[in-house]
Design a protein around this ligand. Sequence first.
Ligand SMILES: Nc1ncnc2c1ncn2[C@@H]1O[C@H](COP(=O)(O)OP(=O)(O)OP(=O)(O)O)[C@@H](O)[C@H]1O
Ligand SMILES: [Mg+2]
Length: 267
Amino acid sequence: MSLLEVKNLKVHFHDAAPDRFAVDGVSFTMEEGDILGLVGESGTGKTVTSMCIGGLLPREKADTEGSITLGGTEIFDCTQKELNRILGNEMAIVFQEPMTSFNPVYRIGRQVGESLYVHGKGLSKDQKKELVLKAMQDAGLPNAEEVYRKYPHELSGGMLQRAMIAAAIVTKPKLLLADEITTALDVSMQARILDRLKRLNRKDKVAILFISHDLHVVNRLCRHVIVMQRGKIVEKGLTKEVFENPQHTYTKQLIAAIPSRNRRSRD
Ligand SMILES: Nc1ncnc2c1ncn2[C@@H]1O[C@H](COP(=O)(O)OP(=O)(O)OP(=O)(O)O)[C@@H](O)[C@H]1O
Ligand SMILES: [Mg+2]
């Protein structure tokens, strides 16, 4: 059994044209410890796919078909309570906008540790704090003790993004969904975050579904890649092979559109 199995996923928003599916028959699997990139032009269904996996698609707005299982559990059959438990344990999500993801009135440490306060019953206050500090270090935040006591407005965008990653990994999830998390950051901050994600993947075997516009970043981070166009998968495979020898016209266009200074290096 794979860690994640997405089978023939279809999503139709009620306010869209009858024949317009935001996600149109998407199937893929992820194994434990895999890093899978999800690329494709804007509006192609990447975020909607990840929201379905995270159980976050507003059910009153869209109809869905197909199946998503995480460790054998069907996400579409889960109650809100079960989803909350899964999201605090096996699965975690990091979004693009760290500024809006943190509550301005609480200190960072408390917010990074939120999952532990909800799900970490049986842990003492000190043990929880220790896990939070450890997650902050693992996410690459310097001076974790200091950051722990700060408020969101006292951190830079890159630090907040790392604090979000810390919040996501504090419970050691098996799957991390990361949606455009490096897009708004400068190149050196991107590199640091990629480095941390790689380490988490290697050290803790966290599988990562990494959504990005940036094929350069995907090339550096992801073992496998899926290319989506208008709600459908047009190509998937080992990143190296897909990027070196794209089969589909759309993938060729995407690759041709990468600025050449970015195409040079693979590390
Ligand atoms: N809440 C919503 N209500 C109606 N339609 C939506 C909603 N959210 C997304 N969609 C539609 O679903 C389609 C896929 O959107 P999605 O956000 O998944 O694209 P994306 O690939 O993540 O794009 P981007 O790269 O810009 O983030 C789009 O046509 C979008 O308009
Ligand atoms: Mg998106």
